[in-house]
Design a binder for this molecule. Structure first.
Ligand code: ARG
Length: 588
């Protein structure tokens, strides 16, 4: 379906043409004086220079051509040459009726869907998730869903950190504690136990302990590096232990991400490209891209136009070990081979901006990707506490994601049960759903690259630009619809009618913006546009609701029209929160 604004522009362009002017002058935009008009066209001003004529004369001529049309109810040419416009009630209601009947409310699908891989989440095995991982998961999930809704072929990959020194550290600490474990017996040739010799909580304690020790004790660190090397070169017992670490950790991660309504199509990790690295390194050397500098193997990535220093991309350290870079480049190579994506999108903290610049340049220069492959890094800002510093626990430690979610759940539960008799079980369930909206909307409503303040009081409020406010609006609509349903006397044919009030028309015009909004949210990878849209839509709905007695309306035709309008509003709101990665309860 054509976008609402495009249809309006079309009408205006025809009028410019009919009056003898270039039709491209007829571009219509939203009014920047909503007190005067709904839309405006400034084409006569541009035309004045072209045709050497007073703009007001052009505007008057164009306005005359529009007089008997179906689209505009008001066209006024005002000095010095603006066209101020209002659209007819029937034009809006026709458009909405079509939206209601068309798949995805008329959002046009791409001729050829793009293949997209979104690399997000990026947790590190055996380390608990902390708030730093929250944004990558929330924003990445939404970008994935928006792209999918826009008709593209999207794969989400978690890209686990599962291969570096942290693995060697854990193995070393395990050996300290349980040297008798069969995994450390290098002469052992039998099968290894199926059960892991540790639980997730032990694992989460082992890593920080080991990491702490390695910082104080050089010999310990040496051993951890040795263990990492043994693991990476395939020593059986080490691989078996590593498999346990991955299995225990991944089971826990799956639970945590499920609680966040985040799900990945691929659970691949850095380790998956271990075997790809030697071939990639050979290729880079053979083609003359990589050379030895101070013992390390590097690829130059600086360009003449650089205004700041972009250091070379290091492929192998002088001891031959691979780096974070190396696995990312090998992963690009592997992804191209296996999926041949048109776009690769990465979500990390913006502190990795320079890093991704180097990796992308290196991937292009060494032709791991095709010239038309799009590489996009979305670097997000920091989630701060009210003090403006990175979010911490009350004691000042790193906030674990589980704790944060728990805290919000409690706060939401308190709000929901405040002064009310509610079923405990249902209230807990509802609190969880609403809490997730608070967290996600609080994050996504900001432009990703900006830092933001995680303000629990604000985010959990039922009023203002918040997730709970959006859910509250949806629940309100659902409740009106079920009240009407209980009355059981509506005519069969419920279809949207011409607006009978200014508030109703305003609501309808908000709805009409849906497909243009979704298109730009995709094109600009900008979930905050979806948030801004539903906030406006919810406000427009609530204004209409406060002015209109729907349930007690006597005129059945009128009422049926409103029911259709409410259903469309609800469906659009629910579609939008779904692409943001949360949902609404039935009641709250
Ligand atoms: N594991 C990394 C970290 O915690 C994030 C991985 C991001 N993705 C990537 N392909 N580098 O910083």
């Amino acid at each position: 379906m054509k976008k609402f604004l495009d249809l309006i522009s079309e009408e205006m362009k025809n009028a410019f043409e009919a009056a003898g002017y270039d039709r491209e002058l007829g571009k219509v935009t939203l009014s920047n004086r909503p007190d005067l008009c709904e839309y405006q066209c400034n084409g006569a001003m541009a035309g004045a220079k072209l045709y050497k004529k007073a703009p007001i004369m052009i505007a008057n001529e164009v306005a005359a051509k529009l007089e008997n049309g179906q689209v505009f109810s008001e066209i006024s040419a005002v000095a010095p040459g603006f066209l101020n416009l209002k659209v007819t009630e029937s034009f809006v209601s026709d458009y909405l009726r079509q939206m209601a009947q068309t798949e995805k409310f008329g959002l046009e699908m791409p001729e050829k869907p793009a293949k997209i891989i979104v690399d997000y989440g990026g947790p590190n095995v055996a380390k608990p998730l902390h708030v730093g991982h929250l944004r990558s998961a929330i924003i990445g999930e939404s970008i994935k869903r928006i792209a999918r809704y826009a008709g593209h072929d999207v794969i989400g990959d978690i890209h686990l950190g599962d291969w570096g020194l942290q693995m060697g550290l854990i193995i070393t600490e395990l050996q300290e504690r349980q040297p008798e474990l069969v995994y450390f017996d290098e002469s052992y040739e039998g099968e290894y136990p199926k059960e892991a010799p540790f639980t997730i909580s032990e694992l989460e304690e082992i890593y920080p302990t080991a990491s702490g020790k390695s910082k104080e004790d050089a010999a310990y660190k040496e051993r951890a590096m040795e263990a990492t090397f043994k693991l990476q070169s395939g020593v059986r017992g080490y691989r078996a232990l590593w498999n346990h670490i991955i299995a225990v950790s991944v089971a826990d991660l799956k639970k945590n991400y499920a609680d966040l309504n985040v799900d990945f199509d691929l659970w691949k990790g850095e380790s998956d490209v271990h075997d790809v690295i030697p071939g990639m390194v050979d290729y880079m050397k053979k083609e003359g891209y990589a050379y030895i500098s101070d013992g390390a193997l590097v690829v130059d990535v600086k360009e003449d136009t650089d205004t700041k220093e972009i250091p070379p991309c290091m492929i192998l350290k002088s001891d031959g070990a691979s780096l974070y870079n190396t696995t990312d480049l090998a992963t690009i190579m592997e992804r191209m081979r296996e999926y041949h994506p048109d776009r690769l999108i990465y979500l990390t903290d913006k502190r990795q901006d320079l890093y991704f610049e180097q990796v992308f340049r290196c991937a292009r220069k060494t032709k791991l990707v095709e010239p038309e492959t799009e590489l996009l890094h979305i670097g997000f800002g920091t989630m701060n506490g009210k003090d403006g510093k990175p979010f911490k626990t009350r004691e000042g430690g790193v906030m674990r994601l589980e704790m944060l979610i728990k805290e919000i759940n409690e706060e939401m539960y308190r709000k929901i049960t405040d002064n009310r008799e509610v079923d405990e079980e249902e209230a807990r369930q509802t609190a969880k759903v609403v809490a997730l909206s608070a967290i996600k909307y609080g994050d996504l409503s900001n432009q990703a690259s900006k830092d933001y303040i995680f303000d629990i009081d604000k985010f959990t409020s039922f009023e203002g630009d918040t997730g709970p406010y959006i859910l509250y609006t949806i629940v309100r609509i659902k409740s009106i619809l079920s009240k009407v349903k209980e009355q059981g006397e509506l005519p069969e044919n419920t279809s949207i009618r011409e607006a009978g009030s200014e508030a109703e028309k305003a609501l309808m015009m908000e709805i009409a913006k849906f497909n243009a909004m979704m298109e730009s949210a995709y094109a600009e990878t900008a979930p905050h546009k979806v948030c801004a849209y539903i906030y406006d839509l919810a406000n427009a709905f609530n204004r209409f609701y406060h002015e209109t007695k729907i349930v007690s309306e006597e005129d059945q035709k009128k009422k049926a029209g409103w029911v259709a309008l409410l259903m469309l509003t609800r469906d659009i709101l629910e579609t939008c929160i779904d692409v943001l990665g949360f949902s609404a309860p039935e009641r709250m």
